[in-house]
Design a protein around this ligand. Structure first.
Ligand code: PLP
Length: 410
């Protein structure tokens, strides 16, 4: 039986910006925003923008709206309890809050492990704890395979190691790390595990229970929503962790949400769930309910993204001047559709500058994965060229980019 594929025209009709003719391929920087997200946002602001917790009708409505969104969010990442969902402004800020909350219980000489493939959002909040006498160790990727190897991690853990921070998918390499396996091993050694899911979440549906992680963070502006972020904190840790809110606010998630959450952004997330349900209902006759609906939509996205990656990677692999920084194959079990490369003779900026006039948004740089770019020794080349595709990109768009690259590389 032929596999059902994503109706891209249908998907694209939910993103008003895509009809402008501009080609968006810097999606790992931020995705385009769904119309239903903007509509929910505007509805909240125009019809229920009051303080929560009062007895009057609109206050009750506002509270119910944010509660509904939080419940959907809990279901979305498959968390067990609502109190495990901490909402906040950005992944960078969420991990800062986490490092503050956790480090109260740590003492000089305790150790933390970070990687040299992560975005700084999951590095600096931990390495800054050096000021408190915390020792930092770096888990380095294997330069041949671009993978983090479990054997290399084993040598870094001591009885003083408190936490391992790593990424679900690299925002430069595109590689997917085996989070479940790594987490199982690290937790068996007594470590807490903090995973940055930012570069993974736009491509696959995270399942925090399946992964078994202690902390999982990602940003909604990469997943078709607003500049807003989610942090999952496993229930077992909630009580022990010191909050950062006023002394009389001790319950979770509120103790990690000083100044409260942005209500309109929280409610706007409903637009993402609306979209995933619409995708499901458009493609499948028997619409399953809840999380399964989202999974079915993401399965279609994954298939589309693997196809698009295959077309681009085939082209890049066929040019001997090009080195893919990451996995060379489009295999969906190993990578997401974030594809980075360097050209033997051309600077990365030079390439992107020549693409810009064609109204295709791609990008060069280090993408804040500073340690990775330093290790690769490509700062002088202005880092990598990154083409980051999402399910709403089309075969035609990728082919257009390839024909432009072809002209530049000749
Ligand atoms: C992998 C990764 N982690 C973290 C971040 C930071 O997210 P935020 O901008 O929400 O702080 C980014 C941003 O690009 C990212 O790509």
């Amino acid at each position: 039986m032929q596999e059902l594929s994503l109706d891209t025209s249908f998907a694209r009709s939910f993103f008003p910006s895509l009809s402008s003719g501009f080609v968006f391929m810097d999606n790992a920087g931020g995705s385009q925003t769904l119309r239903p997200v903007a509509e929910r946002l505007s509805d909240y602001l125009l019809n229920s923008n009051v303080q929560h917790g009062a007895s009057y009708e609109i206050s009750q409505l506002a509270g119910a709206r944010v509660y509904e969104a939080s419940q959907h969010t809990r279901d979305y990442i498959h968390a067990n309890q609502l109190e495990e969902i901490v909402l906040g402004p950005s992944t960078s800020m969420q991990i800062r809050i986490l490092s503050l909350a956790l480090s109260h219980a740590w003492k000089p000489g305790d150790e933390i492990i970070v990687t040299n493939t992560d975005h700084e959002a999951n590095v600096s909040p931990w390495t800054d704890l050096k000021k408190k006498g915390i020792e930092i160790k770096i888990w380095e990727y294997n330069p041949e395979t671009f993978q983090l190897e479990l054997d290399d991690l084993k040598g870094l853990i001591t009885d003083k190691t408190k936490l391992l921070a790593f990424t679900h998918a690299s925002n430069v390499l595109g590689s997917i790390n085996p989070v479940k396996e790594i987490t199982k091993y690290a937790q068996a050694q007594g470590l807490l595990v903090c995973v940055d899911g930012v570069a993974y979440a736009p491509h696959r549906l995270p399942d925090v229970q399946e992964l078994g992680v202690d902390f999982y963070i990602f940003s909604w502006y990469k997943v078709f929503g607003p500049h807003f972020a989610l942090m999952y904190v496993k229930k077992a840790h909630l009580e022990k962790m010191e909050g950062i809110n006023h002394y009389f606010i001790q319950s979770s998630p509120y103790k990690f949400q000083p100044g409260n959450v942005n209500f309109e952004f929280a409610y706007s997330l409903m637009g993402i769930f609306d979209y995933l349900e619409a995708i499901n209902n458009h493609h499948f006759e028997q619409a399953p309910k809840g999380r399964l609906t989202y999974q079915k939509a993401f399965d279609l996205f994954t298939q589309q993204e693997e196809e698009l990656s295959g077309i681009l990677l085939d082209f890049l692999n066929s040019n001997s001047d090009i080195k893919i920084i990451g996995n060379k194959k489009a295999d969906k079990s190993k990578r997401v559709s974030t594809i980075s490369f360097v050209h033997e003779k051309l600077d990365s900026k030079e390439i992107v500058d020549q693409v810009d006039p064609f109204r295709i948004g791609i990008r060069y740089g280090d993408f804040y994965a500073k340690k990775l770019i330093e290790k690769l020794g490509i700062e002088q080349k202005n880092g990598v060229v990154r083409v980051s595709l999402l399910h709403y990109n089309t075969h035609e768009e990728v082919k257009r980019l390839i024909s432009i690259f072809d002209g530049i590389f000749k």
